[in-house]
Design a protein around this ligand. Structure first.
Ligand SMILES: O=C(O)[C@H](O)[C@@H](O)[C@H](O)[C@H](O)COP(=O)(O)O
Length: 240
């Protein structure tokens, strides 16, 4: 692991030689944060991202012997798909995280068959009244974070929202792939977390993130909210 470097933003950058070290180091950091939260009575709350990147981290984290029965797992964002759709982030969490010890955790999906996107967002905002302790973020190759895409229609409103979650229409944003309708965490939803991690893999994403650090406008690179939103230091974990 490389030594964390100092940046003008509250960011710690950790780099690893390979994806195995990367996944285990992140899992150990998240498990330690959960263990600290579980020292208090009540429940711990963990928000996780989807996409392809976090799967190995989820598999490592699922092996941590914690009191998972007192852990709520919820999503940073979701594509407007049924939670059993193989392209949904809920499916990824079920397949890779809710295994082994972590199978005992309580999982809140953002979508449910038969519910409108407005009702789903209202529910998510209700759940979000319980602040997340730990948030695992990912970043797209285009610098999107959660489901906040560069120059997306409605991006300004999402960034300024007082709500933790909003419905988004990312139509026309190539990074959204075939799923333009989504539900996304906002800076308001991110702010209360005491532990904020960004999981990055590959040289391209490292370059995008370095560019992000050179400015503060979230419209071209929404990942900037990960370090400009007041609150916890952003811990970036990168491997090639
Ligand atoms: O639903 C989604 O698309 C994600 O939650 C998203 O925000 C993800 O974190 C990035 O797109 C990175 O995705 P990859 O890990 O697949 O590059």
């Amino acid at each position: 692991m490389g030594a964390p470097q100092q940046r003008p933003w509250p960011v710690e950058f950790h780099s690893y030689r390979n994806d195995d070290q990367w996944a285990w180091a992140i899992a150990v950091a998240v498990a330690a944060a959960l263990r600290r939260d579980l020292q208090d009575p009540g429940r711990a709350r963990l928000l996780v991202s989807g996409g392809r990147t976090p799967a190995p981290v989820f598999r490592a984290l699922a092996q941590a012997p914690l009191d998972w029965e007192r852990v709520d797992i919820a999503l940073v964002d979701e594509r407007w798909l049924r939670p059993d759709d193989m392209d949904s982030n809920a499916y990824l969490v079920r397949e890779h995280l809710l295994r082994g010890h972590a199978a005992a955790a309580r999982f809140e999906t953002l979508t449910r068959p038969g519910r409108s996107i407005e009702a789903a967002v209202a529910d998510a905002n209700l759940h979000a009244r319980r602040a997340p302790g730990i948030v695992l973020l990912g970043m797209g190759e285009d610098g999107h974070v959660a489901s906040l895409f560069p120059y997306m229609r409605g991006l300004d409103a999402a960034l300024a929202s007082d709500n933790a979650y909003v419905a988004v229409d990312a139509g026309g944003c190539p990074g959204a792939g075939p799923w333009p309708r989504r539900i996304s965490l906002t800076p308001t939803g991110l702010a209360p977390a005491h532990t904020r991690l960004l999981l990055l893999r590959g040289q391209h994403k490292r370059g995008v993130f370095e560019r992000a650090l050179a400015g503060s406008d979230p419209r071209p690179l929404p990942v900037r909210i990960a370090f400009t939103t007041p609150g916890a230091t952003l811990q970036v974990h990168w491997c090639p």
